[in-house]
Each structure stands twice: as C-alpha cells, then as structure tokens.
Design a protein around this ligand. Structure first.
Ligand code: NAD
Ligand code: UFG
Length: 346
C-alpha cells in the first residue's frame, strides 16, 4: 500500500467549516488534497488559511472552484491527481431552509451525490467518506444513540442524508470494491486552535454555539434559549457537542481504517457526553469572560429533547475517540470569533 505522501484525496466542500478543518488534518498526515467547492457557503480565504497553517502549496492543496452537480467540474478535480479516495462534505445543511426550498436540497445533496458517484466510477475511485448527521435518528429511540437504532428524518434536509445513505449502500452492494464510511456527526463546534479557520455562518446563525459567540463579540444583544420546560435536569435541550478538530480527525481515521469497511457502514461521531443549552452558556461565559445575556423564549418547532452518541463503534472500527472538552470547544471557537469578528470578511 502506498504511503499517505503519495496519495491524493478529493474533498468536496473542502472550503466549508468542517471541510477546511479536515483538510488541515489530512495535509498534516501527508495526504495531498484536491478541494472542489462552488463557494456557495464559504470563502476561498479558508483555502489560503489551510495552506498557511500546513505549509502546503497549491500543488499539495489544490483548489478547483466548481459544482459537484457538473460532471465537467468533477472531472477537472479528478484530473488534478490520481485520487485514492473522496471525502464528501459538499451540500446544503440548514433545516429551516430545506423546509422552504426542498428542491435545492434534493438537487445539491442527492443530485450532487449521484454526479459525484458517477465521477468516481469514471475515475475508478471506490473509497468514500460521507458527511451524514445524527439528524437521521429524528427523535431518537433512546440515549445514548447506537447506529442500530431506528432512523427517520424530520426535515427535507434529514431526508436527503437518509436517501444518500441508502443510495450509497445500494451502490456498494451493486459491485465489489466499494468501501464507504457514513459518518453520522453529532454537533460540531469550536475552531482550529490557531483561530485562523472557523465557522463563518451567513446571516443570523441557526445554531447555538455560533449565536452565543456572536453575542459574546457584541454582534448580537442576547441569546434566546428555545424553551426551558423540557424533561431534562435544567429544562433545556441536550446535545452532544463535538470539537471540529476531533471531528476532522475522525475523517482521517476513517481513511486510515477504510480497509475494515466492506460496503457502506454507518458510524456515529460524537463524544458520548450530553450538554444542555445552559451548560454551553456557562462554559462560554467562562471561556470568553463575557456575560452572554439570555432570555427564555418558546420551544423551537421540531427540536429533539436529548441526543447524544454511543461512540463505541467509532472506537472499535476506526480507532477514533473524541478527546477535547466543552471548555476547549468554547475557548477555540472564541479565539476564532474574537480575531475574526466578521468571519473571513474581517
Ligand atoms: P458548510 O456549508 O460550511 O460546508 C459545505 C461546503 O459545501 C461549502 O463550502 C459550500 O460552498 C459547498 N457546497 C455546497 N453545495 C455545493 C455544490 N453543489 N458543489 C460544490 N460545493 C458545494 O457546512 P459544514 O458545516 O462544513 O458541513 C459539511 C457537511 O457536513 C454537510 O454535508 C453537512 O450537511 C454535514 N453536517 C454538518 C453538521 C454541522 O452541524 N455543521 C452536522 C452534521 C452533518
Ligand atoms: N438553541 C437555542 N437558541 C439558539 C440556537 C439554538 O436555544 O439561538 C438551542 C436549540 O433549540 C437546541 C440546541 O440549542 O435545543 C442546539 O441547537 P443547534 O441548532 O445548535 O443544534 P441541533 O442539534 O438542533 O441541530 C444541528 C443542525 C442540524 C443537524 C444537527 C446534528 O442544525 O442540521 O445539529 O448534527 F442535523
């Protein structure tokens, strides 16, 4: 088997939040990276910062501005090097937007993945790591959540993830050689400890951590806590927050252990620890030194009460375990937010 130094991976959506962190980890491990991204929800500055952090030039960290729904764009990315594998992040990810514009989601996420798989077939690539989500569990059967629990999405976004998972299983069953990791992420937060790359949401953040950090930096007055009358110890919803660098390392682990996968296998990537909305507020206050005022508002429609992972399969199959704490997630997210108050436009 060739050394990572000789191997090229195509990273779709590699300019985005999780993709940029994963590119850093892959480059540091010796992979050559080819990013294809249409910059729909990201900035090319992220690629410059990935190169700056890793010392990679435009050859080791190549960038193709293109759309995964366009076969010619994909062919340009595969033509850069002899790809051994694909890590597939590209897609749209906002639940509310998916309810208002479902066809965008079926087009980018499902249609885009069909085009990607056809390109992989054209170029003889059979190893794939896919960004799935714990949203596929809907309101979970129980916690901690294991991969064998019932799936059932509650939004068009979630359904695209389930459809793609099933499509990948069908493709992997249809011909030998496919090795596909369906990574079901829990709640990625935080940023690279350098503060040079991080999450750069467009408009008002939907998600808790970016919203809290924009309050801390003074871009927003206060946080609205979406309900405090849930059946949890402090009445607020519980999630499994996961440092984005741990998550990025999960992708490297999946590539390193891909020979253990026969067909398409779903694996949870989470810490196994649940934190409430107020736990996150308290940790963020400590990390930022800012008061982070909040008001309690109504429940958010469709919110799951409590979701955290059983990460055993990731440890057994991929040799991966999250190691970073909620305090580190907040400290690193804050470093990024404080030094880039307007994101990459700062
Ligand atoms: P992101 O929006 O920051 O990154 C996605 C990237 O894909 C962006 O750079 C965007 O420009 C690009 N893109 C979108 N459509 C494209 C297309 N048709 N062609 C080429 N590029 C395209 O999102 P992220 O948070 O980094 O998420 C990455 C993946 O992980 C997504 O598939 C998302 O659904 C999944 N995921 C994210 C979370 C989360 O909380 N962030 C949780 C679970 C799963
Ligand atoms: N919350 C607030 N106020 C806010 C934002 C969020 O109280 O301003 C609460 C939410 O109601 C929820 C908790 O904080 O109870 C976490 O919310 P997030 O939106 O950060 O995370 P979710 O788990 O609800 O959803 C996110 C993505 C989904 C994805 C899921 C799992 O939005 O697309 O993580 O990866 F599927």
């Amino acid at each position: 088997m060739s050394e990572p130094e000789d191997r090229t991976v195509v990273v779709t959506g590699g300019a985005g939040y999780i993709g940029s962190h994963t590119c850093v980890v892959l480059l540091e491990a010796g992979w050559r990276v080819v990013v294809i991204d249409n910059l729909d929800n990201s900035s090319e500055v992220a690629i410059d910062r990935v190169r700056e952090l890793t010392g990679a030039d435009a050859d080791r960290c190549a960038f193709v501005e293109g759309d995964i729904r366009e076969p010619a764009d994909l062919d340009r990315a595969f033509a850069v090097g002899d790809a051994a594998a694909v890590v597939h992040f590209a897609g749209r990810k906002a639940v509310g937007e998916s309810v208002d514009h479902p066809l965008w989601y079926y087009d980018h996420n499902v249609g885009g993945t069909v085009c990607l798989l056809e390109a992989m077939q054209r170029h003889g690539v059979r190893d794939l790591v896919f960004s799935s989500s714990c949203t596929v569990y809907g309101e979970p059967e129980g916690v901690p959540i294991t991969e064998g629990m019932r799936v059932g999405a509650q939004s068009p976004y979630g359904r695209t993830k389930l459809i793609i998972e099933e499509m990948l299983a069908d493709v992997a069953a249809s011909e030998p050689g496919w090795r596909v990791a369906l990574l079901r992420y829990f709640n990625p937060v935080g940023a690279h400890p350098s503060g040079r790359i991080g999450e750069d949401p467009v408009g008002i953040p939907n998600n808790l951590m970016p919203y809290i950090m924009q309050v801390a930096v003074g871009r927003r007055d206060h946080l609205t806590v979406n309900g405090d009358d849930y059946p949890t110890p402090d009445g607020t919803c519980i999630r499994d927050y996961l440092h984005v660098v741990d998550l990025a390392e999960g992708h490297l682990a999946a590539l390193d252990h891909i020979d253990r996968l026969d067909g398409a296998i779903a694996v949870n990537l989470g810490t196994g620890v649940g934190s409430s909305v107020l736990d996150v507020v308290h940790a963020a206050r400590a990390a930022t030194g800012q008061p982070i005022p909040y008001e309690v508002g109504p429940r958010r429609a469709g919110d799951v009460v409590a979701a955290w992972a059983d990460p055993t399969a990731a440890a057994e199959l991929l040799g991966w375990r999250a190691t970073r704490t909620l305090d580190e997630m907040c400290a690193d997210h804050w470093r990024w937010q404080a030094t880039n108050p307007a994101g990459y436009a700062s």
